[in-house]
Design a protein around this ligand. Structure first.
Ligand code: SF4
Length: 471
């Protein structure tokens, strides 16, 4: 075992989350997460399973676990780590799969996922970090909050009549038939850490030997939200928390259980395509596009409702039909409520490294905020097409070649302002030489089934094309 003060070999040498945090973690001083990370990392290294280990991280204070462990890792949506770990474990039967979850993640939003994974006896170890509170979001009551414990949402203390009893997950899991191990440990004192190491070693050995499901609940101090200093928080676990959450091994069938291996069949793409009635043939008689560069990175941006995402999709689909590598990445979030909605599209002759577009070769800005936001990011040899119907002022710091395209006015003349995105489609196709007008028209014919709509969009694409020839 690595010495207590040595950095575990299963950790990265430097943690790259933030430049100022390369040697330390993001956890608060005195937090139990760091101690638990160290125990797991030391044991993973000691058991020689680092290359097999895949960690599934939660939403919560442990969300950045992938910055610390030099293992494969996957981030799961909130509460879904046990479900994601199920997929990871089944698709990689030789892996040692770790699901790392807090009490909000596992015992609130993810209870059903957690219980069913345990009940199926998946080959995984689950670390359930119980600090009796929602840590990351500021100390709200969790299913694990102690009776009478004060939280930001239970200012008079948890009341059994109001919020029910604390959920004892380790006992619940121990009551199921499938799990091999269920235990509760703590990381608040040297004595408890020694006991935790023993139990966690056992849980990881179960994984190494493929014997099934192990659950380790870890009582962990959260000095920040408990409003205690680190020493008081550690003492509080012994004096108060352990009274409601007794430590101990609640179930241990490690000697009785034989290794279990689930069948993992690799399904070929052709078989899936056949099931879905999809053609697997790539040959549609069309040739690859000639691009201005081997890879073009587009950013389409505007108000939600201007057809920005559809514009990106049309470009992607047209490019795919021409056997190009393509990614399409929409951006949602608050931007959908009146600000800048955008999507990134990469079209390449080769495999694409990342779908993220920071410095677009081609920017389409259909409103002013998007031109202000993304315009300065376009390099000198890039193209900026902005909607001059709605933008009357352009930033001073643009470097790329700028085209003013009255997209909304042209669309209105074609029949509806909603066709501004198709105006842009015709404009870019002509300016970049990626598609011929005939290609665009036959694409629209296949896309719009209603004759009236098709007519408007055909007029729009022609108007965009003509505008590009004239500017
Ligand atoms: S809020 Fe609590 S659980 Fe989260 S990092 Fe800080 S001390 Fe740890």
């Amino acid at each position: 075992m690595t010495k207590v003060f040595e950095k575990s070999p299963a950790f990265f040498d430097t943690f790259t989350r933030k430049p100022a945090m390369q040697k330390t973690t993001h956890y608060c001083p005195g937090c139990g997460h760091g101690t638990l990370h160290k125990i797991i990392a030391d044991l993973v290294a000691e058991l020689g399973i680092q290359d097999q280990t895949i960690i599934v991280g939660p939403v919560g204070c442990g969300v950045f676990i992938y910055y610390y462990f030099e293992s494969a890792s996957v981030s799961a949506p909130h509460g879904r780590a046990s479900a994601v770990a199920t997929g990871v474990s089944r698709a990689n039967p030789d892996s040692v799969t770790i699901s790392y979850q807090g009490d909000g993640d596992l015992a609130a939003i993810g209870t059903s996922n957690a219980i069913h994974a345990a009940n199926r006896g998946e080959n995984m170890i689950v670390f359930f970090v119980n600090n009796n509170i929602y840590g990351m979001t500021g100390g709200q009551l969790a299913p694990t909050t102690l009776i009478d414990q004060v939280s930001t949402t239970s200012p008079s203390g948890r009341s059994v009549l109001n919020e029910g009893y604390p959920l004892r997950m380790a006992e619940m899991i121990a009551g199921l038939e499938a799990p091999v191990l269920s235990a509760r440990v703590a990381v608040n004192s040297p004595k408890n850490v020694r006991q935790a190491i023993k139990v966690i070693r056992k849980g990881l050995e179960i994984q190494r030997d493929k014997k099934g499901y192990a659950f380790v609940e870890v009582l962990s101090q959260c000095p920040t939200n408990w409003k205690k200093d680190p020493k008081e928080a550690c003492d509080w676990i012994d004096e108060v928390v352990c009274q409601q959450y007794p430590l101990g091994v609640l179930k241990d069938l490690i000697e009785e259980r034989a290794p279990q291996q689930r069948k993992c069949e690799r399904v070929e793409f052709d078989a899936i395509a056949e099931q879905l009635n999809l053609t697997t043939s790539d040959d549609n008689g069309k040739e690859q596009i000639e691009l201005l560069q081997d890879e073009l990175r587009f950013k389409f941006a505007g108000f939600g409702g201007q057809g920005i995402l559809s514009l990106g999709m049309m470009f992607s689909q047209l490019s795919m039909e021409r056997h190009m590598e393509v990614t399409w990445l929409p951006s949602y979030g608050p931007e959908m409520r009146g600000g800048v909605a955008n999507c990134s599209v990469v079209v390449s002759k080769n495999a694409i490294g990342s779908p993220v577009v920071d410095h677009p070769n081609v920017l389409v800005a259909l409103n002013r905020p998007s031109l202000e936001k993304f315009g300065p990011l376009v390099p000198q040899d890039g193209l900026i097409i902005y909607n001059s119907s709605l933008i009357d002022q352009i930033p001073d710091d643009l470097q790329g070649k700028v085209y003013a395209l009255p997209a909304t006015d042209l669309a209105s003349t074609a029949g509806t302002v909603k066709a501004a995105n198709v105006i842009v489609l015709g404009f870019i196709a002509q300016k970049t030489g990626m598609f011929k007008l005939d290609d665009l028209e036959s694409f629209l014919t296949n896309t719009f089934k209603k004759p009236a709509l098709l007519e408007i969009n055909r007029k729009a694409v022609q108007a965009g094309w003509r505008a590009a020839e004239q500017i």
